[in-house]
Ligand binder design. Sequence first.
Ligand SMILES: *Cc1c(COP(=O)(O)O)cnc(C)c1O
Length: 375
Amino acid sequence: MNRPKQPIMVTKPFLPQKEIFMKYVDEIWERDWLTNQGPLHHRLEDALKHYLQVENLTLTVNGHLALEIAIRGLGLTGEVITTPFTFASTIHSIAICGLKPVFCDIKPDDLTMDEEQIEKLITEKTSAIMPVHVYGHPCNTERIAQIAQRHGLKVIYDAAHTFGVRKDGKVLAQQGDVSIYSFHATKLFHTIEGGALVYQDSALKQVFDDYKNFGIHDEEHVAYVGGNAKMNEFQAAMGLCNLSHIEELVSQRREITLRYREHLEGVPGLRLFYPDKEPGIAYNYAYMPILIDREAFGLSRDELHAVLKKKDNIVARKYFYPIGTEYDCYRELKDKSRVHVAEAAGRDVLALPIYNGLSLEEVDYICECILAQHR
Ligand SMILES: *Cc1c(COP(=O)(O)O)cnc(C)c1O
């Protein structure tokens, strides 16, 4: 394959058949019901509960507000222990609710929160732990549950990357008090923008439903200081269309991942991840991160990223970089944080293109371009 005319992007949203989406749109027109817990909203909620095999699920307008609602709904205060190796949303959800994010380092093997570093970060102000199943790599949920229980803390998982990831047959989002999904257009399963909370305690259903609708409980009672996080009917329609494709989306991404591995595994200076080889894990192949060791590969991550973009028209992504401790807005938290593994990962990680519709020939081309830089 020659250099493509259009850049190969790191991701591309999946679109279902327009005709099927339009059938739902016709229904919306007939009913004149656009948002506020409409029939499609209910259907998607039920379909997701069935597909994920979970009892408690609340849809939201996006994943970020699901995090905020989880924090408010659980009544968290003070400090929340999280990871700097995540998307800005995780950390901001804590700070924007008036709480203090406390950064815990990650583990080099899977880049999830290092559970052995959590306890020394706990103070009398800590109310919760917010780990991230980054790239869909499962956190050590057993150990984190033990620590939380011993110290009386809540656990909220940012499970934005884990749609469909299962451990011993159960979706990862069943771990912790609450887990959140993102259904953003770039995620494996999407509703254009969207998200959901999954939780253990069914009493939280009413609380979360109230929070996503300005804290309004019923016609005469406003229970909480809440914002607006309601999913509308058009989003729910997109979700219903996309959910019917989920198995094929995962299996196409699996093919892409295996092709990348054929080319890239064993190359000095490149590290790949194999979450699907962990016992009991059914993985979703949502992302294709690699770590680049500058010494062994011959080029740094930044150099490789720049060459791919300029010379080969491939737009990979430094995902996640910068890490949370390096944001301007959290500068005052940086000095107190010991997050050396996360700093190294932020420096070395590159997310390679993976999306439904990326051809295996394109994967071959991307790998040839990467290997051409190896010295
Ligand atoms: C996408 C994402 C979010 C935010 O979700 P939105 O639906 O875009 O609001 C939160 N955390 C992580 C790790 C994400 O990747």
